[in-house]
Design a protein around this ligand. Structure first.
Ligand SMILES: [Zn+2]
Length: 424
């Protein structure tokens, strides 16, 4: 392993990372649009985040497009764009079978993670996620036998030493198993992180939350403010225990409802079917996962595949471009070049809606009952790809200059936090 003096350097996907001199905790606030911090600061409910911003580093960064959960979590933990790690959605169309496949398998993740490589070099690494769907990819290549941990709050009652590196989690954390659709699913992750930091002082910890609250409540609503106040208290405790705390998000969130409160949707498959005939094209909504009550599988980015031979990408683009609420329509080579995406997991045409609009497939296939009368708030587009980038301690001149010089990417947060803040 290369060394910098006595300090090991860990190389991951072409980037060199310095060994942390104090524990580093990176938190991915799922759906943590920068407007929640803005409102929290105004309302005076997030004093610890305010202190991090003042004394450490604060910026808004570009996340991965499409602005979905899986691609962005994988960008953060690999320190690389989706063209490198391959996870370009929560769902994609397998070109071999023509079937839509969920993208959470570790075999679909290319390259390696910061966790696997630091653990290999002897660091103690802990990864905790709210949604169990992320757990296996986060744990790819991570040796659990040496005190490392990888588990979810969703399935905290099923943890074993052999598979997760920890057992009896509910008793250890002192909280009941949280509901899949609750604020507690996130708060449990943070509380578990605090207990483990207290007891074991791991070198690197990753805490990935869920966006249940942000899908349901806008900044400033009492439920949202209550959640952010609770988050802030936990961030404060992590810092108090001596960790460098780095905060980012996988994506933002926008209200995509009409004035009357109903979802503002472009039903793209229906439009394509009436033009080219049923079965000729296939719209894939890569936001789809089994947490559908959040958003009814409606997001700001979909992929269109040419299946039947009638419609060509140019014709599809020409048909979609003028539709009100569409922001960008790009063919495969252009979207891949512009947003650093893997071509073998891209559709023939990528469609991005604007901040007030979302795109679905066929109206008949989306179940919106989970919204329970709430306005539809969702993400996926370019307008939801701006995320907070906050580090509790100063990052030093080199990284401060680099942040100022060009577009800051959220997938660089481990680099900025390890090399700029935790290495000193
Ligand atoms: Zn998310």
């Amino acid at each position: 392993m290369p060394k910098n003096g006595d300090e090991p350097i860990v190389r991951v996907n072409g980037v060199d990372y310095r060994w942390p001199k104090k524990p580093l905790v990176v938190v991915c606030i799922d759906g943590g649009d920068p407007s929640y911090f803005d409102r929290g600061l105004k309302d005076g409910i997030i004093p610890n985040v305010a202190r991090f911003m003042r004394q450490g580093f604060n910026a808004v960064a570009d996340g991965t497009v499409p602005s979905f959960t899986c691609p962005n979590n994988m960008s953060i933990v690999t320190g690389a764009p989706a063209s490198v790690h391959g996870i370009s959605g929560n769902f994609y169309l397998d070109p071999a079978t023509g079937e839509a496949v969920v993208m959470t398998g570790p075999e679909l993740l290319r390259g390696t993670t910061i966790f696997a490589e630091f653990a290999r070099a002897g660091a103690k690494v802990v990864s905790i996620t709210a949604k169990d769907k992320l757990r296996r990819q986060l744990g790819k290549g991570l040796d659990i036998s040496r005190g490392n941990m990888n588990f979810s709050s969703e399935q905290a009652d099923k943890c074993t030493k052999a598979e997760h590196g920890i057992d009896n989690v509910l008793k250890f954390v002192g909280m009941p198993l949280p509901n899949m659709y609750s604020a507690e699913l996130s708060l449990f992750v943070l509380e578990a992180g605090i207990r483990i930091l207290e007891r074991d002082r791991p070198d690197i910890m990753y805490l990935s939350l869920t966006d249940y609250i942000q899908h349901k409540y806008a900044p400033g609503e009492s439920e949202a403010n209550k959640f952010y106040k609770n988050l802030d208290e936990k961030f404060g405790r992590l810092a108090e225990l001596g960790a460098v705390v780095a905060l980012t998000a996988d994506h933002g969130m926008n209200d995509k409802s009409k004035p009357d409160g109903t979802p503002n949707v472009i039903w793209l498959q229906d439009i394509l079917d009436s033009e080219f005939g049923k079965g000729d094209t296939k719209v894939i909504c890569p936001i789809t996962d089994y947490f559908v009550a959040h958003h009814g599988a409606l997001g700001g980015f979909v992929r269109v595949y040419c299946r039947g031979g009638r419609a060509k990408p140019e014709q599809i683009m020409k048909l979609i471009e003028p539709i009100k609420g569409i922001e960008t329509v790009l063919d495969k080579p252009t979207i891949c070049a512009k947003y650093d995406l893997p071509p073998d997991r891209e559709g023939d045409v990528a469609v991005v809606s604007d901040r007030n609009t979302c795109v679905g497939a066929s109206k008949a296939d989306h179940d919106l009952s989970g919204l329970e009368g709430h306005r539809l708030r969702t993400h996926g587009g370019v307008s939801e790809a701006r995320v907070p980038f906050v580090i509790s301690e100063p990052i030093g001149d080199v990284y401060a200059k680099r942040a100022k010089a060009g577009a800051l990417k959220s997938h660089n947060i481990f680099e900025y936090a390890l090399n700029g803040a935790a290495a000193h």
